[in-house]
Design a protein around this ligand. Structure first.
Ligand SMILES: [Zn+2]
Length: 182
């Protein structure tokens, strides 16, 4: 989930939702258009999508219809399925209102890889990690982060710790590198 402000002359934010399809590729799920962007407008978009994701019952027709809003300001699409079990994690950037908007509506947020790796780079600078070590450290970090299971990430995590401990770095820096992964 991310939004863009430069897609129209009014600079109205367009909130974009992309999901992974069965083939493992990204595919657009929904677009939210609002006059401003804050935790409330983001929340409204998510609720509207959540209400309209078909349930996972094979015997359901997922019927839907349009209903006028009580305040006369428009309409909403309502589906008749009576189970609502779509509850994914949402990958976001560091935008705080997005994180707040997701709270209590979806399972939680995950920081996107670009921002995680950006933060790692900033930490490497701050801790004066030699350039020759940055690439192997970042690569190891990324491999662990992309583990398919929690157990796999824990196994790789131990190897990462051993690797960090084998480096010629001050102990406090080693601890920081390990804490970053945890
Ligand atoms: Zn249904």
């Amino acid at each position: 989930m991310d939004s863009k402000h430069d897609l129209n002359n009014d600079r109205a934010p367009v909130l974009v939702f992309v999901v992974e399809n069965n083939a493992g590729s990204g595919t657009p799920l929904a677009f939210g258009l609002s006059n401003k962007e804050n935790q409330w407008t983001i929340k409204l978009s998510i609720i509207a999508i959540k209400k309209n994701i078909p349930c996972d019952r094979d015997d359901c027709e997922h019927k839907w219809n349009y209903v006028n809003l009580p305040n006369g300001m428009g309409f909403e699409r309502v589906r008749e399925c009576n189970s609502f079990n779509w509850n994914p994690f949402v990958m976001t950037d560091k935008h705080r209102p997005s994180k707040i908007a997701v709270t209590n509506i979806l399972r939680g947020t995950i920081l996107c890889w670009f921002h995680i790796m950006q933060t790692i780079g900033e930490n490497f600078n701050q801790w004066n990690i030699p350039w020759s070590l940055r690439y192997p450290l970042a690569l190891a970090f990324k491999i662990i982060g992309q583990s398919r299971t929690e157990n796999e990430s824990k196994e790789f995590g131990l190897l990462y710790q051993n690797f960090v401990n084998s480096l010629k770095l001050p102990n406090n820096i080693k601890q920081k590198l390990i804490a970053d992964l945890n």
